[in-house]
Design a binder for this molecule. Structure first.
Ligand code: CA
Length: 415
């Protein structure tokens, strides 16, 4: 949404969404390109209602395979879009928003997003401070930042203080490479994803987390084969997704060092913080963790244990406000923050805005799912060009629903 004209208003008038307004308040001039009073204090804009729904990507999707979105409306007719963690389809988060969060948000000023998040985190902590609640609050925070961007007529990264970079290299994140997939099939997946010109490739090994170490020979064989496939120089990462014991992780980590992998992600169970730290300190490869950490305190414990690369996820904890705080925490400790992000639309864009504004972006951003089906309800979904994702210059997140397409796939979750 850009400005389409210019309209002079006084300090309490509202300007049209698509008109650039110039306000002469007390001799000062304020521009805005979105609806809202042009006040210097309280924005006077109020949250009016919140929609919670899943989007079904395929007719055969189970509820747990759908994505979870919110749309927060203001009384000025603006709205913002947010996304919750897709675990089990995000249903628990969407229901928490409807039952527990929305009643506290209706009538609030959307510009108070950080205050609202902190207040609700503490108020609702006994619902379980990690997982569904943090995913719900993350979705709301992203939507409120989208509103804020539209209100001020600026992309979100600009409102965070500006971008160090607006074109972001990415790594192709390839899941499902365990014993369920043959070695040849793993190599085929890598070959396919290389066509998008990633700056690196991450191969992920999923298991039920109740059968540690049993697949180690298979994983090592595949790690060696992928290294041989892409050549000595191409950056590779390895994600065990919590598949090993401490000893098993040491064994795999030494092979990854020999193969010159860039980082070794989630070597042991996420709740074994000291063991994660021990693996990190005893290996020379960078060991990372944090996508299953939902609090700043949890990340601080990982850092304290010796982890030197943390990977919080913007749709799992904190939203944009939270990820900014995580970046400050990492910077204060000289630790890399390489955010985890596997959702290809709202989550991906929100993450891009924060990474653009992050001082040190030492590794490329994650890109999990390049399939077009994930893009079918939005107008301008980011796609890489020559290996780079470009930040949109539209206000807010920079992406919007295509209403008729959304209507075809939308499933309301209201409880
Ligand atoms: Ca992982």
């Amino acid at each position: 949404m850009a400005s389409f004209g210019r309209q002079v208003v006084n300090s309490t008038q509202r300007c049209d969404v698509r008109i650039m307004c110039v306000c002469a308040c007390g001799g000062n001039r304020y521009d805005c390109t979105a609806a809202g009073r042009v006040d210097t204090g309280d924005s006077s804009m109020k949250i009016e209602r919140i929609e919670t729904f899943q989007v079904q990507w395929s007719p055969n999707d189970t509820p747990a395979q759908r994505s979870a979105f919110v749309r927060v409306w203001t009384d000025d007719g603006l709205y913002g879009i947010g996304e919750a963690s897709p675990m089990q389809g995000g249903i628990a988060s969407l229901l928490m928003i409807q039952h527990d969060i929305a009643p506290a948000l209706i009538g609030a000023d959307p510009l108070d997003h950080a205050v609202l998040q902190d207040r609700l985190t503490h108020k609702l902590v006994k619902l379980g401070p990690e997982g569904a609640l943090t995913g719900a609050l993350a979705a709301i925070d992203i939507a409120l930042w989208d509103i804020k961007g539209k209100m001020f007529g600026q992309p979100i990264y600009k409102l965070m203080g500006g971008g160090w970079r607006t074109e972001l290299p990415f790594y192709a994140s390839i899941g499902g490479n365990g014993i369920e997939r043959s070695l040849d099939d793993v190599l085929r997946h890598v070959e396919t994803r290389m066509k998008d010109q990633p700056a690196a490739i991450k191969i992920r090994f999923d298991n039920g987390r109740v059968d540690l170490d049993s697949q180690i020979p298979d994983h090592i064989e595949k790690a060696r084969a992928v290294r041989k496939q892409v050549g000595d120089k191409f950056p590779l990462a390895f994600d065990s997704n919590n598949g090993y014991s401490t000893g098993g992780a040491m064994r795999v980590g030494r092979v990854l060092e020999e193969l010159d992998y860039w980082w070794f992600e989630e070597p042991v169970q996420h709740y074994h913080i000291q063991a994660t730290g021990e693996v990190a300190q005893r290996l020379s490869i960078t060991v990372s963790a944090g996508e299953q950490t939902y609090t700043m305190g949890g990340l601080a414990e990982l850092i304290d244990a010796g982890v030197r690369m943390i990977q919080p996820d913007i749709v799992k904890m904190g939203g944009i406000t939270g990820l900014q705080r995580c970046a400050a925490l990492a910077h204060a400790h000289g630790v890399e923050l390489v955010s985890h992000q596997t959702q290809p639309t709202v989550g991906h864009l929100a993450n891009m805005h924060v990474v653009a504004a992050q001082l040190h972006a030492t590794k490329p951003i994650e890109w999990n799912d390049p399939s077009d089906r994930m893009h079918s309800v939005f107008d301008e979904v980011p796609k890489p060009v020559n290996g780079l994702f470009k930040l949109p210059d539209r206000p807010g997140l920079g992406m919007d629903f295509v209403e008729d397409k959304l209507a075809e796939r939308r499933i309301d979750v209201t409880g």
